[in-house]
Design a binder for this molecule. Structure first.
Ligand SMILES: *Cc1c(COP(=O)(O)O)cnc(C)c1O
Length: 457
């Protein structure tokens, strides 16, 4: 191995875990657009929001000015169970690719939930507990967010009601059972327990559900029960704020060795891991202190950034949620049934959407067979079996490293490895058996969904 000066893993000490979250909105000239009331189309007030989210989180959602927000001691203590997460120099991958590029990845899969989502789950559960609530409601698709939230709630003694997309509930029983280990109640969505669930079941008999529909159910239950609030694992400003621990740790580790990344890459579903990873780097870029290429990687079958519209849209199918201005494919959009690689949400974080609209970051869409090819190449040399979502970032990192091989440039690449893929083996199976294809929606299809975007003036 050429260099040994930089270790394979750069660990921080416990005392170097961030004590404050960094709020990138404070440094944005163009702030993300406010959430709108779906009825009046007026910006949602703190009071209106407080029926859905607990008050401290409402304050964080609306705070576009405070640069650093103190992480409560209880949350810092919880972080110590699984943080700091390692920053790994991918020497073995570099060797395999024969690239002059230097590749680093920040690995967030080192906890039982298997992803970065625990960073925000514990924060959201903590504030709910502090407010004296009985519990929280949420939705989950494949189950990573529900798992993370169940862990956080059981730690704090909060009730956790999870609406799980029916097809995942039936086909992915393992994550469902992990949630039950942590004491959550898991209901397949659409259910018959909510008005919206009954309506969707009546209109689409036999439907296997969608994330947008599960969100509507979870919100309805929270709004109707004064002791409960709704929590969401991505998209929201507050979630990006909590996830800034990823970027702050990554930057602190790189700073120890005076390493400056040229390119920062992350997969983008709702945008929370990417928003967290890039936060402190984007802050430097916004303040004119440094420059970085920042790349969001999304599936070609669900291309919100690269082919969506930057417009106000519903966050859910039932249209009970606030409207967010974001890159979106339309709230009815559901990726092809053959799509196994996660990142299937129709919209994107308003913070990242604004940064992308302002030309401060780039986006690429990648096909799922290419994603699984990269996942395997990575697993075989770096050891970690990556989540399909995370593997989108691996794909783009490998592609950038291969470009460096052609040009001879020694670029430094940092990417986010958001989680492990042990619960995604049926997706790997369909890849191995050649059943996976790369369905890419046509322009006509996307236009038909875009035509249904709400008209906001
Ligand atoms: C949820 C999830 C993602 C996508 O969500 P973002 O909010 O875009 O970060 C990516 N990777 C893993 C492992 C996940 O669980």
């Amino acid at each position: 191995m050429a260099e040994t000066k930089i270790p394979y893993k750069i660990y921080l000490s416990e005392s170097e875990i961030p004590q404050k979250w960094y709020n990138v909105r404070a440094d944005m000239k163009n702030k993300p657009a406010p959430l709108l009331n779906p009825g009046t189309h007026k910006p949602l007030t703190a009071e209106e929001m407080s029926g859905i989210f607990c008050s401290e989180l409402v304050a964080q959602e609306l705070d576009n000015e405070t640069r650093f927000i103190e992480i409560p001691k209880e949350i810092q203590d919880f972080y110590k169970m699984y943080r700091p997460s390692p920053l790994v120099r991918a020497y073995c991958l570099e060797e395999k690719l024969q690239t002059p590029a230097k590749i680093y990845y920040k690995f967030e899969g080192n906890n039982t939930s298997g992803s970065h989502k625990l960073n925000s789950a514990i924060a959201q559960a903590y504030y709910a507990k502090k407010q004296g609530l009985k519990g929280v409601t949420t939705e989950t698709g494949a189950g990573q967010w529900g798992t993370a939230l169940s862990m956080a709630c059981s730690y704090l003694g909060l009730d956790c009601k999870v609406y799980m997309v029916k097809v995942s509930y039936e086909q992915k029983p393992f994550r469902r059972e992990v949630m039950r280990v942590y004491g959550a109640s898991v209901t397949p969505s659409p259910s018959m327990e909510t008005e919206i669930g009954r309506k969707i079941n009546a209109e689409h008999p036999g439907t296997t559900g969608s994330l947008g529909c599960a969100i509507s159910e979870a919100v309805e239950v929270a709004v109707k029960n004064p002791d409960y609030r709704y929590v969401l694992g991505s998209v929201l400003n507050q979630v990006l704020l909590h996830q800034s621990v990823i970027g702050l740790e990554a930057k602190a580790a790189l700073d120890k060795y005076n390493v400056k990344p040229d390119i920062i890459i992350g997969c983008a579903g709702g945008g929370s891991n990417l928003g967290g990873l890039i936060a402190p780097f984007m802050g430097e870029k916004l303040r004119g202190e440094a420059d970085y290429r920042i790349i969001a990687v999304e599936p070609a079958s669900c291309p919100s950034f690269t082919r969506g519209k930057f417009a106000y849209d519903f966050c859910d199918t039932g249209m009970v949620c606030p409207l967010a201005k974001m890159y979106t494919l339309g709230s009815d959009f559901i990726p092809s049934a053959n799509h196994a690689g996660g990142l299937r949400y129709h919209g994107m974080s308003p913070v990242l959407s604004q940064l992308y609209a302002d030309g401060l970051m780039e986006a690429v869409a990648v096909e799922q067979t290419k994603v699984f090819e990269a996942a395997e190449e990575f697993a075989r040399v770096e050891g970690i079996l990556p989540a399909p979502e995370s593997s989108h970032a691996i794909r783009a990192a490998i592609d950038e490293a291969l470009k460096c091989k052609e040009t001879g440039e020694e670029k430094t690449i940092l990417f986010g490895l958001t989680g492990t893929g042990y619960f995604d083996m049926t997706a790997y199976e369909s890849y191995h058996e050649g059943r996976m294809n790369d369905y890419i929606p046509t322009d006509e299809e996307l236009a038909s969904y875009a035509a249904k975007l709400p008209k906001i003036d």
